[in-house]
Design a protein around this ligand. Sequence first.
Ligand code: NAP
Length: 311
Amino acid sequence: MSETREVIIVGSGPSGLTAAVYAGRAQLAPLVIEGVGAGGQLMLTTDVENFPGFPEGIMGPDLMMRMREQAVRFGAEFVTQDVDRVDLTTTPFTVAAGTIEYKGESIIISTGAAARLLGLESEARLLGHGVSTCATCDGFFFKDKALAVVGGGDSALEEAIFLTKFATSVTVIHRRDELRGSKIMQARAFANEKIKFQWNSEPIDIIGDTRVEGIELRDTVTGETSRLNVDGVFVAIGHTPNTDLFKGQIDLDANGYVITASNSTATSVPGVFAGGDVQDHVYRQAITAAGTGCMAAIESERWLEESHHDQ
Ligand code: NAP
């Protein structure tokens, strides 16, 4: 058992680390439980060209290292462990990692979300080298290239439409012959001349050693295999928010995302705030995660001031 901290931040992607910088500068000495896979989704990317302040671009892991250094500079303390259990039903709140229980007057949840992947060995090997889970992040690298998008939901259609700004053609590969995405997105995708559809198809391999050269598909009806030559593959089969720890303790939406109040990072539990992809399934950008991490730190500071004042 350790002393009660004013703020405990769970997670260390752009949201958690920005919250740590702000909470540190507010003299709250935040404790960041960064997780064993510290740094979040940007650790899986290569060049980040859209984070303001880096006109030449920056590698995802470098950006996260710099954010962490900045948080340390202002007094954030880091624990490199995964959180196993939380108790948000009594104050101070409890965050347990291994055998240690940390107590916090306020908690900032920044546990992020994970893009769902197909689970192919080649997909893991080529991630960041032609395989991507984010068109907004990586589309720019595929000017005048042929691309594939895997999935049939709104994300896949949105990514496909976005990618036509750069690509010569975008083939949407869907495992059924009917899309899951909304009618309006379907209409937009069908009307786009650069978008083709490969129905009843599932990827069984992504071809290429160091860069993507094509994708091997299996027909889900006939079982026949075929090859599609593309320079990039965008996997858009959904995201999973990392909220298992919080189930039953704070309000989550039907897809498992933390529900926050309008224009706020406040959750259903007073003193518990959430920033980044764990509460955002719309923008999912490093800069928006950093923005809501900043909001969470400011809101927790104000909440601590008010609760100390009431005592
Ligand atoms: P989703 O609606 O769950 O769609 C996932 C798609 O991926 C489905 O078509 C699914 O196929 C396919 N899929 C899943 N696992 C697969 C696998 N292992 N192999 C091949 N295909 C697989 O996810 P989403 O598109 O990310 O959307 C999530 C939520 O956000 C939805 O509510 C959506 O409306 C919303 N959203 C809205 C917008 C917008 O309005 N602009 C944009 C993005 C997302 P099946 O159809 O066969 O299951």
